[in-house]
Design a protein around this ligand. Structure first.
Ligand code: AHM
Ligand code: MG
Length: 334
């Protein structure tokens, strides 16, 4: 008989490594896992009923919200609000942080930053989407949390993870002690440990970037792309170009196979497209914990000090040697 370990069992086992832990973080992760299963159910039947398409509203980034964006946002906020372990949620879908002021939650220890449904422009065409989350310990003690509790650098994350709603649904997370992946077994409705201790190869052979923006890239990035495309059997080039346009799916593939994901600044987007708090920091934490590297081209993403909730950040994340190489191109030319 095959034995398996559920996400719940794994979290409890890991908690035993911290004898003074009171179980709050474990409960928070469990709540996120439950909300992910609910969102998964809707994503999976997205072609049916009235859940595809635009919700008719525009979020804080000025982007049209999809119905599933709104649904996923509601589910995660509901789970975090009723769970009692989180005092503030910052969601990519909301202009302002959501302070949870119930008696149990307002003194809670944790802050959650979340992109409830990333890559949502892919939903209507049945391409993988994801959820990305990041957990911080609050700095203030008791009472309503302060803005500085939310704007912490990524190196202060206590946990981060993503869910990829793909050909199977997976939850991958880290608490700073390696990265583990769980696949949802729909027959029992549980995430089961399928990818223990994920390590990204130091060198990969896949590069992922939206090459449609090529003309808007800086000289360094253009030269790096030419380097990836050049023929050189010794270094196994040309590398394969793979870009789904769904961050979680692109990162998940590169984490398992080795590769680099890039969303650089362009002339029109001087800070790139991805958001530091909801996308870059959690993915950077996971990539580093898997042995990879994540920078904005010159600095470690996790050391950047955020000054705005929705700020954007250029990013280069993945296999260490590939990120080192793109940085050397950026520094040589820019
Ligand atoms: P979203 O948060 O509005 O869904 O946008 C983020 C997505 C990422 O998943 C993806 O990597 C990127 O945007 C793709 O952008 P582009 O279409 O410019 O290549
Ligand atoms: Mg997003």
């Amino acid at each position: 008989m095959t034995t398996f370990k559920t996400l719940g069992q794994f979290i409890i086992e890991k908690q035993a490594d911290f004898p003074y832990a009171k179980g709050e973080l474990s409960r928070l992760l469990r709540d996120i896992g439950i909300a992910a299963k609910i969102v998964n159910r809707e994503v999976n039947k997205a072609g049916l009923g009235d859940i595809l398409g635009d919700a008719g509203a525009v979020n804080v980034q000025g982007e049209g919200q999809k119905k599933l964006d709104v649904y996923a946002d509601e589910q995660f906020i509901r789970a975090l609000t009723s769970g009692g372990e989180c005092c503030v949620v910052a969601s990519e879908e909301h202009e302002h942080p959501i302070y949870i002021n119930s008696d149990v939650s307002k003194n809670a220890k944790y802050i959650v930053c979340i992109d409830p449904l990333d890559g949502s422009s892919n939903i209507d065409v049945n391409v993988s989407v994801g959820t990305i989350f990041s957990i911080y310990r609050r700095r203030s003690t008791g009472g309503q949390a302060m803005p500085e509790d939310i704007l912490q650098p990524g190196n202060q994350q206590v946990a981060a993870g993503y869910v990829v709603y793909g050909s199977s649904t997976m939850l991958v997370y880290t608490t700073g002690n390696g990265v583990n992946g769980f696949t949802l077994d729909p027959s029992i409705g549980e995430f089961c440990l399928s990818h223990p201790d994920i390590r990204i190869p130091d060198q990969g052979y896949i590069y992922s970037i939206n090459e449609g923006n090529y003309k808007k890239f800086s000289e360094g990035i253009k030269k790096y792309i030419k380097y990836c495309e050049a023929e050189d059997p010794q270094t196994r080039r040309p590398y394969a170009s793979r870009y789904i346009g769904s961050l979680v799916a692109d990162i998940h593939r590169n984490l398992l196979l080795g590769g680099i994901y890039m969303y650089p600044h362009t002339l029109s987007h001087p800070q790139g497209k991805l958001r530091l708090l909801y996308e870059c920091n959690p993915i950077a934490f996971i990539v580093e914990q898997a042995g990879g590297k994540a920078t904005n081209g010159t600095e470690r993403i996790l050391d950047l000090i955020p000054n705005q909730l929705h700020q954007r950040c250029p990013c280069f994340m993945g296999s260490k040697q590939m990120v080192d190489m793109v940085e050397s191109f950026i520094q040589r030319v820019d």
